[in-house]
Design a protein around this ligand. Sequence first.
Ligand code: E4P
Length: 217
Amino acid sequence: MKFFVDTADVSDIRALAETGLLDGVTTNPSLIAKSGRRLADVIAEICAITPGPVSAEVTATDRETMLREGQYLRSIAPNVAVKVPLTEAGLAVCRALAAEGTKVNVTLCFSATQALLAAKAGAAFISPFVGRLDDISQDGMALIADTVQIYRNYGFPTEVLVASVRHPMHVLAAAKLGAHIATLPPATLRALFRHPLTDRGLEAFLADWAKTGQSIL
Ligand code: E4P
């Protein structure tokens, strides 16, 4: 499973990229707004930090403007993936950008039939939002299961990018279902590293080691 980080905070992205475990980055208009920076500047900086796909989202809703925005975003760096909303216009733009060789991430997916349409439109990534479905008492992970199965049934190359991830149990469930990617807020990605028994065990090992008076180097 690949891990993307869902943020426009460059210092967090840099730190996580240094672990060697970061496969890409996703942003959205809310995250860009939170960064307080110009979209083109922040996307260019992120693209220079990671060679993986960096999703940058269009903000127009009509087909023509959305296509021009997508072409502009794609020109910022070779590893930009253009993010479009799952609307009729968004999928038409997905088809057009994919035909030009641009990777498209179709976002705001809340049903498996939407996911099916995105794959038919040539999306490189589909972003089903599990947390926002859970928030309204619908089963976000059932959407991942259905999407993975449908894509397997028809051999679609579109990767399932699990989005709106809120905690490590979402990651575990998505990995068991065979989802290709999870995009996680930095705190959730860091939570994957931690276990209280790891901390306690390390503390005990180091205390015993100190008693020996040795040093490895
Ligand atoms: C993914 O691409 C989205 O930016 C993100 O996962 C949305 O997450 P949220 O529902 O926590 O805002």
